[in-house]
Write a protein that binds this ligand. Structure first.
Ligand SMILES: [Zn+2]
Length: 331
């Protein structure tokens, strides 16, 4: 960018000041020298900083923290890879790939406008449906994305909610650790501004680019002429999933177990279990008061897949390491 700026500056100078004085050209040359020299000077300062005794000492001091950080990053990737982040799908356009669509209007060449977007997460609907969906997202989500009010679906919704909550906690945990490492090393501002990724490379931190993959469901309307398009979209985040779970529970008529009606995993219940267990892992005893960055998870003692309920008696607090090795044994 500075080089482009320089060229523009020179062109402007040549056009606007054909008979410029020598002092004008000296100023232009000085400016050019500054623009070219600045990144070079910065790179020299950067190399000097990374090679400095001070940086090397700090790097050695945080080495153990970095190792643990990288372990948690790997764990986040595991949750992302093994978790389920999908629910129902819309059947609108399910077979759309079998047809080809052409807008042959002679009077209007804006052909790209009224091509519907067919995807499992997109429901193409009338304007009325798109508007109603924004007023009652849960009801319309269930109706048009085939999310049935039965126990099997409820278990699916709870599984997605659980994986999203675990991933959210783990991602927050990783970010907190990164902030902590930055604070411990406290590099000069220009390093973080211009050499951020090199900074992490030098320390040996594996950055985690993982964002929580919230499924997003869309209700789309496009008018026949393609001039009008409206959309309602619903993100399946923790609040949507909890609302969906409790709506399903209300709708399901439990044949056998009435107690099952209250057995919902929620953010609140998760918090209550951690509090009950004094924010400590029930297996190895490590606690949040001893390790401020500890990643704690709420585990089903008998897994949901084996009929375990989300009730306090079947829930326990585990640190991520114990939960990970328990998961490895079960699987
Ligand atoms: Zn533990």
């Amino acid at each position: 960018m500075p080089a482009a700026l320089l060229i523009v500056l020179l062109i402007v100078a040549v056009i606007a000041v054909p008979a410029a004085s020598s002092s004008f050209w000296l100023t232009v040359l000085a400016l050019a020298a500054i623009i070219i020299a600045n990144p070079i000077v910065r790179a020299v300062r950067k190399n000097r900083y990374f090679a400095s005794q001070q940086f090397q000492t700090l790097k050695a001091e945080v080495a153990a923290v970095v190792v643990e950080h990288n372990d948690v990053v790997d764990y986040v990737q595991e949750i992302r890879a093994k978790g389920s982040f999908e629910l129902g799908a819309s059947s609108s356009g399910q077979y759309a790939h079998l047809a080809s669509f052409d807008n042959n209007s002679a009077w209007n060449y804006r052909r790209d406008r009224n091509v519907a977007d067919y995807a499992p997460h997109v429901h193409n609907a009338s304007l009325q449906v798109v508007r109603s969906a924004s007023a009652e997202p849960i009801k319309y989500l269930m109706k048009y994305f085939s999310i049935a009010a039965d126990q099997e679906t409820l278990a699916d919704v709870q599984r997605v909610a659980d994986d999203i909550a675990r991933l959210e906690d783990a991602v927050v945990n990783v970010k907190r650790r990164e902030a902590d490492i930055t604070a411990l090393i406290n590099p000069p501002k220009f390093i973080l501004k211009h050499y951020r990724s090199e900074f992490w490379d030098q320390i040996g931190v594996h950055l985690s680019p993982i964002e929580v993959p919230y499924p997003r469901y869309k209700f789309q309307y496009t008018s026949a002429g393609g001039n009008s398009a409206q959309e309602t979209s619903v993100e399946l985040n923790t609040s949507t999933l909890e609302a969906l779970s409790s709506t399903l529970v209300d709708k399901i008529r439990w044949a056998k177990s009435a107690a099952g009606q209250r057995a919902l995993m929620t953010t609140r219940l998760r918090g209550e279990i951690k509090e009950r267990d004094n924010y400590a892992c029930v297996t190895c005893g490590v606690s949040l008061s001893a390790e401020p960055h500890l990643l704690l998870e709420v585990d089903h003692i008998t897994p949901v897949s084996k009929g375990g309920l989300s009730v306090p008696e079947n829930l326990q607090t585990l640190c991520w390491k114990c939960n990970r090795s328990k998961g490895a044994k079960v699987a």
